[in-house]
Ligand binder design. Structure first.
Ligand code: NAD
Length: 258
């Protein structure tokens, strides 16, 4: 059996902030499968954490990218084109909402808060996919993003991020339809709750984790590796016939009614 199935393939990963990031687990899985990985950082503080992690997986390409800026996205893809020419896939693992728009009443979400959450967490997938398309070869490619059950059901304290994730999930379907002719697949993983930097902004997240482990059919919490292994499947030719899907990696939590 080939244990380097992605050898010779190149992936862009957006969203590594630290060693707890889902994007970091996915990066390690990609590198373990023989792929080359480019990482991005949104600011200097994140850059200081990302560079040593990049070195761990021998990643030679570490570039700035703020998904709220078209100039920043253009510069990222121009640099990738000049370094690599083509890419085989993209991991979009980016989200942000102001803390006050998570904890407050839903009907009090502010216009700026709504705008920033939707811009960073949903529009950015469209912005990234549109720029990735010309870098993908005739063999196409695979784009994945990360979503959460709060897109489809009401989860306390998820609020504006639930609406952003609903827009993200709809964007996955529209992008899949738009990019299918180029053999570019677009899928999302709906992960169960995991303690990360982004999750720390959600009030009472600890309680959510505790309830999850009791109620999920598999009676445990999700790990970064659970997510990474499914991501690897979606980023590899093993999933060549799948696009536009939202796949729950949540120990079965989403099937439970009460
Ligand atoms: P994380 O904090 O490690 O990752 C979030 C990333 O978004 C960070 O690297 C951050 O730098 C980046 N980011 C924020 N604003 C940005 C911007 N303007 N430009 C570029 N990058 C920006 O947390 P995580 O939990 O690994 O989150 C990754 C993804 O997984 C998110 O989309 C999140 O909603 C999703 N998700 C997380 C969970 C969970 O419980 N942790 C569950 C389901 C889905």
């Amino acid at each position: 059996m080939n244990n380097q199935p992605l050898s010779g393939k190149r992936y862009l990963v957006l969203g590594v902030a630290n060693e707890r990031s889902l994007a970091w687990a996915i990066t390690q899985a990609l590198a373990g499968a023989g792929a080359e990985v480019a990482l991005t950082y949104v600011n200097e503080a994140i850059e200081r954490r990302v560079r040593p992690l990049a070195a761990e997986v021998n990643s030679q390409v570490v570039l700035p990218c703020d998904v709220q800026s078209d100039e920043s996205l253009d510069a990222l893809f121009a640099e990738l084109k000049s370094r690599w020419g083509t890419i085989d896939g993209v991991v979009h693992s980016v989200a942000y909402a102001d803390k006050e728009d998570l904890g407050a009443r839903f009907c009090k979400i502010t216009r700026p808060g709504f705008r920033v959450a939707l811009d960073v967490s949903a529009y950015s997938l469209i912005a990234v996919a549109g720029r990735a398309e010309p870098l993908m070869s005739a063999n196409g490619g695979s784009i994945i993003t990360l979503t959460y059950l709060g897109a489809q059901r009401v989860i306390p304290n998820y609020n504006v991020m639930g609406v952003a994730k609903a827009a993200l999930e709809a964007s996955v379907r529209y992008l899949a339809a738009d990019l299918g002719l180029q053999r570019i697949r677009v899928n999302a993983i709906s992960a169960g709750p995991i303690k990360t930097l982004a999750a720390s902004g959600i009030p009472q997240f600890r309680e959510l984790l505790a309830q999850f482990a009791v109620k999920a059919p598999l009676r445990r919490n999700i790990t970064q590796d659970d997510v990474a292994q499914t991501a690897l499947f979606y980023l590899s030719p093993a999933s060549a016939g799948i696009t536009g899907e939202i796949t729950f990696v949540d120990c079965g939590y989403n099937v439970i009614g009460v």
